[in-house]
Design a protein around this ligand. Sequence first.
Ligand code: UTP
Length: 306
Amino acid sequence: MEDITKVIIPAAGQGTRFLPFTKAIPKEMLPLIEKPALQRIIEEGIQSEIRNYIIITARGKNSIEDHFDADPILESFLKEHQKESLVSCIDKIIKLAEFTYVRQQEPLGLGHAVWLARHCIQKEYFGIMLPDDIIISKQPALDQLIRIARQERASVIAVQEVPMDCVSSYGIISVKKQLTPHLFQVGSVVEKPSQKNAPSNLAIIGRYVLSNKIFSSLEQMKNYSVGELQLTDGIGHMIQNNEKVFAYKIQGVRYDVGTPIGWIKAVISLALQHPQYQASIKRYISELGTIDSALYNQSKNIEHSL
Ligand code: UTP
């Protein structure tokens, strides 16, 4: 298999689960400590040796392009004040990575967003990373999939076990064959099944390595779809056409930062691992005691509790 060098990042969704924040600011730019969520996704990609990013954007999402662009005025200001280190992590990305932006004019679904990037991909395998899914792991989640794709010479999608009462929020796979405790050959995929109809509790999460055959599958499914075109429709079509698709249980912890509660949990977990904030956030949590003490604590001046 040729090297996997490109990743598509669909970021054109409306983010209704995070309104009203997402009215004017893309959810991909939500801060996870000092970095926007999308920057963490690109960092995972870079750690997985990916240099080419095709980002699907939409109206109102220009801040994404601005973030991954050089800013000579800011750079010279920081240089003058010896504060270049504040942007060194993003500078590194700008130097290493290449970005291509494709606009989705209407939110016609994740499958449609991926299909729009068909001109950027040749006869090669490529990655897809959904910026809502932040995965904290030893080995980068995308890299885990790339290794399996190379080993099996086939498409691989990331899955995670979810409680049965949550299956209706995910695309769920049926298992054709289990190869190892973490690796499965996929029999079929069902988008958001009821608990009764779910073939397993293995839910598809936001990392994929796919064959370019997905584009002709999406193209064909586009003619049948009413409303949104789902990526799972395309994957299902590929399987029916005898394309092997594997599912790999990702080793790591995943946060859905597309919802306020998932974002809050991600921020707390990242703070607890952050060298600069770890100690003070641990102390803060242990001192919380009761909810009331977080709302008002006479003994503390708010400035000193930071
Ligand atoms: P979601 O299902 O999270 O939809 O999309 P959303 O619109 O972003 O958010 P909610 O559900 O309204 O809160 C999964 C991924 O697919 C992208 C999103 O940006 C997200 O990364 N997407 C979805 C598109 O790029 N275009 C679409 O038309 C739909």
